[in-house]
Design a protein around this ligand. Sequence first.
Ligand SMILES: C[S@@+](CC[C@H](N)C(=O)[O-])C[C@H]1O[C@@H](n2cnc3c(N)ncnc32)[C@H](O)[C@@H]1O
Length: 237
Amino acid sequence: MALAIALAWMLPLVFHGAWRLALAQGVAAALWSGVLRQPYWWAPIHLLFLPAAIALLTLQLPSWLYLLVVLLLALVFWGTVKGDVPLFLSSPAVADALAAIVDRENAGTFADLGAGVGSVAVPLAQRLAIKVDAWEYAPLPWLITAWRCRKLPNADVKRDSLWGCDLGSYDVVFAFLSPVVMEKLGGKVRREMHPGSLFVSSSFPVPDWQPESVVQIEDRRGVKLFCYRVVTTQQKK
Ligand SMILES: C[S@@+](CC[C@H](N)C(=O)[O-])C[C@H]1O[C@@H](n2cnc3c(N)ncnc32)[C@H](O)[C@@H]1O
């Protein structure tokens, strides 16, 4: 922004008007993001943020609409602002693979840590005669999952943080969270899950742990399921 204002001051004939300034700011921010080695997908966000804001202002939408969108986003991406895991959905292929794993394990109890809108918990509770417990703390995804499970007596959807739950009674525990929490989650799994049970993490391995198997899913994202057998002694290698 400072660079764009400086350019407008130095070259008033070239950089005048809100649009040119916004574009100059976007280009400068995108280039700076490259210099800072941010992930590549930040570049278009930086580039388009201010022009998009100006374009929306020209539409003269009522201000309550912006408030509504912010509220909706807050209800979906509950803790994301303070760095918690955002909502991404597992594909039906992931749910199929998990159903096969639960079946093979002969599991009677399954936990979904951070259930989102129930992309995994719902099909598993529908298809298998097992007890499915799902934790989701973001209000809107929780509501959607709870609604989808309303006629499934074997499913229990809890509006609580996954960090407060006790994993001791589950044969299979599933999580699709973020690399940032995997070490902490590994500690919880190790402390609480019973020997012989299985912890499955979608996309993100537990640092320094050796998976018993890695299931490659043939979906659009090419997801990997990292399966860790819980043993009495340490899993760390
Ligand atoms: C990447 S999504 C996965 C959703 C779902 N399990 C799936 O595979 O489609 C992660 C979910 O975990 C939820 N979440 C993140 N931190 C949580 C926490 N501490 N307690 C409960 N849910 C949490 C988020 O709100 C989000 O819905």
